[in-house]
Write a protein that binds this ligand. Structure first.
Ligand code: GTP
Length: 309
């Protein structure tokens, strides 16, 4: 049997009025208004302390327990690619769709072992009102950070994201003694595509190659565009032999692309350099070896992969 569930929609502007004490609510008000006011005051202070969505929701879950004991909170927002969970799932639930002026702020689900009564739902909604501004700000912050780390043309990570990920993954590989490999790749004779078909078709070729690369990788693998037609793939927990196989798969995927300009097929290919982190090696040296391998692949005829020594 499906667990009992109450579902509601919270409109941001109505919530704002409630926060200001101006809103009308059809629900009975909380039994302990003083406590509700205390928790709201506490939320107003606490939720201002962070712009991280996970932290804002974690604090919210923690603070509202003072008034309404809960076992579980989940938050989902598909457009922000977010799904967060706190506590342990229980049978009785209440869910809220959060909106502001047509803008979807996500979906909150509360769960606990005993059902919510009407007065508790009234309190919960009043508390959610205190969450809306901090949550909206955290989502805006997250979107800004993501935009700052993404290459606008291809949707892959950009140079800043690459530097951050390399630093983090190299450190992790060192501490966990796991292998880490990189593939540095570059489109072959890309200048010709620009020269013969124009810059916008060149851009489309870059997008097409980026899509093919992403489609050929695991979710955990990371792709970055760090130069005009140069990409880096970061393969965590991957030894050199497996990285070379992945690289070969990418090479084939690009070679098989059906890229056309004005109905005419335009062949695309990439060359790749593969390098695996050596114990104690610095990020710069790892990249330097991958770059040297890429250069060897170009020199030996392109549309091929070379491994660093
Ligand atoms: N359309 C487009 N072209 C770009 C972009 N960034 C760099 N380029 C072009 O990419 C080309 C790179 O040319 P080269 O470095 O000579 O490399 P290549 O022609 O691919 O030759 P090989 O790498 O030796 O196979 C140049 O024409 C750049 O103008 C971009 O964002 N969009």
């Amino acid at each position: 049997m499906a667990p009992p569930k109450q579902s509601n929609t919270i409109d941001f502007d109505t919530a704002k009025l409630q926060r200001l004490g101006l809103g009308e609510s059809s629900r009975p008000r909380g039994r302990r208004p003083a406590s509700l006011a205390d928790v709201r005051r506490q939320l107003a202070v606490q939720l201002q302390t962070s712009l991280e969505t996970e932290r804002v929701l974690g604090l919210f879950f923690q603070e509202i327990q003072a008034l309404l004991p809960l076992d579980y909170l989940s938050y989902q927002n598909g457009s922000a690619d977010l799904r967060l969970e706190f506590g342990e799932v229980a049978s009785h639930g209440a869910t809220y769709h959060l909106n502001h002026a047509g803008e979807y702020l996500g979906e909150l689900a509360f769960r606990r072992r005993r059902p919510f009564d009407e007065s508790e739902l009234g309190q919960l909604e009043s508390l959610i009102a205190s969450l809306l501004y901090p949550l909206r700000n955290a989502l805006l912050y997250r979107a800004a950070i993501q935009a700052a780390l993404r290459d606008a043309l291809t949707g892959t990570g950009n140079r800043i994201a690459m530097d951050q990920a390399l630093g983090r993954e190299v450190e992790l590989a060192r501490r966990s003694l796991q292998p880490l490999s990189v593939l540095m790749l570059d489109l072959d004779h890309f200048k010709r595509i620009n020269d013969q078909h124009g810059h916008s078709h060149g851009d489309e070729a870059l997008r097409c190659v980026a899509r093919a690369i992403k489609a050929s990788l695991r979710n955990v693998d990371m792709v970055f565009r760090f130069g005009g037609e140069e990409f880096l793939v970061l393969l965590s927990n991957t030894p050199g032999s497996s990285a070379a196989q992945v690289g070969e798969r990418l090479r084939q995927a690009v070679q098989e692309l059906d890229f056309a300009v004005d109905g005419q097929h335009v062949p695309l290919s990439i060359s790749l350099g593969c390098a695996t982190l050596i114990a104690g090696e610095r990020v710069d040296d790892l990249l330097h070896r991958a770059d040297a391998a890429l250069y060897a692949a170009k020199r030996n005829g392109r549309n091929r992969l070379a491994c660093a020594g």
